[in-house]
Design a protein around this ligand. Sequence first.
Ligand SMILES: [Cu+2]
Length: 427
Amino acid sequence: MNKTLLAALAAAALWPVVAAAQTMSHDHDMAMPERDSDAQTDESMPETTMPDSGYTPGSGTARLPADEGMMQGVMTDAGDWMVMAHGYLWGAYTDQGGPRGDTQAFVQSMAMLTGDRDLGGGAHLQLRSMLSLDPLMRARGYPNLFATGETAGGVPLVDRQHPHDLFMELAARVDIDTGTDSSVFLYGGPVGEPALGPSAFMHRRSDRYAPLAPITHHWFDSTHITYGVVTAGWGNRTLQLEASAFRGREPDEERWGIETPKLDSWSVRASWTPSPHWAAQVSHGRLESPETTHQQEDEARTTASIHYANGGLATMLAFSAKNRLPGRTLTAWLAEANWDIDRHHTLFGRIENVANDELFGEGDPLHDRAFRVTRFEAGYAYRLPLGPFDLALGGALAAYAKPAALDAAYGDAPIGTTLFAKLSLGQ
Ligand SMILES: [Cu+2]
């Protein structure tokens, strides 16, 4: 990778930080304070850009409860455009415990820049970009016991979470008013997220401070970085119906580049936001050959999730069934919550239960056997508002319930310990 390009990428990823500094020095009113349960109506929010839509936009075209609050970050007007930036830089150290649990310090990052403008005639345009410097972690990502998915050096990653791609999203969305409080939309781009599963974990308030990716990532939201997506939909305040065409193959291990878009897979999703506190979705997708290591297998994925948010509390309960075609069906459950008790203290937790048949490689006697594993994780974060930024210092502990057949490989009772410092701009 050439140095100029790397420097440019680093600059792009740090854009929100620079933007925040500039916005702060030019116009104090534009810097959005961190959302607090007791300050939900933010008077400095520009009225034209944040209509009361009845829900909070999640990643891709997903919907979250209105009470989760907008991704705040920093907003500024640029002619007809309203530009918003947010992101995070997250340092963590984890010791995953047991014979297969590695120890590592790593940095996760994301920067998101969106531009919004009205086109006239009831049409609205949004351009979105999301970048991550996760590829600096290199191909093997970070330790995450019982997580599987994607590859490094052609070998499937097991007990590790893959890094995310530099380009997490490059997409555009057009909404056109169709009267009586409803609209149709078209979303898509070379990198985007199809209408499948709940909003991706890093965009859910309920998962805000959990320092490791869910081990069920490849059941619920692994399609959040997809090379080639087109989604069309209809929605009003309480209901959204949408369908996507997209590339089924998950990202390869070359994390710096953009892969060839394709539209060989499809999904449909219905989302319901009956009140500011609730959101629910059901979705189904058919993925063409998602995994490089199982090229002959397709996948049918069905997910359902319910999200509840109220004041400082955000929660999600979700279910997924992943059906290999041909092959078995593997199911997963996920429950998670984040509770901002007050301005400084946050408690969070996640329980996952998943049947996984990728824990042992070829040649191992346990290869291709499905094991149902439960991970319990709980943690605490101390939050410190720093202007438009939010610094969170915290830690999490994880324990597991698993079949005795896994004791030889994983130890009787591995305990995962993770410490972190997360600097975020907006949610
Ligand atoms: Cu991911």
